[in-house]
Design a protein around this ligand. Sequence first.
Ligand SMILES: C[S@@+](CC[C@H](N)C(=O)[O-])C[C@H]1O[C@@H](n2cnc3c(N)ncnc32)[C@H](O)[C@@H]1O
Length: 310
Amino acid sequence: MAIPDAGTPPVHVGFGSMWVPKGNTRVAVEAIHAQGCRAPISRGWVDLAFCPSIPGGCPTVALMLDYDAEAAAYDATRGGVPRAEAAARALLGLVPESARTLLDIGCGTGLVTERMALARPALRVLGTDASYGMARFARQRIGAVALADARRLPLPAAAVDAVGTVWLLHLLRGAGDVRAVVSEAGRVLRPGGVFVTTVDKDAAHDVGSDIDELFAPYLRPSPSDPEELVVAYGAEAGLDVVGENRFLGHGQGRTPQRAAREVRAGHFVSRLELPGAAADDLAAALLALPEPDRPRREPEYRLLAFRRRG
Ligand SMILES: C[S@@+](CC[C@H](N)C(=O)[O-])C[C@H]1O[C@@H](n2cnc3c(N)ncnc32)[C@H](O)[C@@H]1O
């Protein structure tokens, strides 16, 4: 980042793509401004939105887990091969056998992508992800992986027969992000090609357990990936709904202990709003539940399939 030499020395605050509780960035910038210093702010790949009420801008982070930091533990904590296989099978169940190329957007470590490639040897499977840490693993698994933002894919129009996004749209909280990703999926699909995506992902986690009862007061009022919104964006992008499927979240049935740990680590940022000390309060309440090491029911996730018009 280039910082002009003139003027008072600046104080740089780098939040990268880490989870920053709401308001912390404002406090940091106000404190720097109070000292008469400038506050240059770098925008991580999760993007920062600027609040115009503070001169120089106050950033707020579009909340997302730091997937670079998460990468090494990702597979083991997201149901490993059984979950990936279930997701791959359900997704491929919506992709015609005639498809020859499939792009997995937000492929993460490539666990699901690899299962798709193994299940359909005639299908050329490509992946993209914005996190270097995640994409590094995917590259070892499937080779053809691009480090790219799903809102601007490095592919020409009508390049592939199928596009998939598994557990991506619910994470995108920036204005226009989900619409941009669905639009990109439509753009890179050839006419007649198929786009398959998870919808209502966070809602699937509500299995009516005692953990869900504790989560209820903190649920975000507006998830990013409700079916009706994704269908509307699909229609704009020339994508019509043609089917749906489900897959079991093997290993995703949480124990209160695991939920408490994950609440503290910021795993639920797309689902829960936890201002101030709320994360600690919620974690303590979770740990006080009976049978804290018994997993509650596993969730079931929904996939919607769209066909590109034309
Ligand atoms: C929950 S993981 C899902 C990974 C994989 N699809 C799976 O099911 O295991 C979400 C992935 O989306 C990626 N991601 C988030 N925002 C993105 C964006 N704007 N562009 C590309 N990838 C993104 C993250 O880096 C992460 O690897």
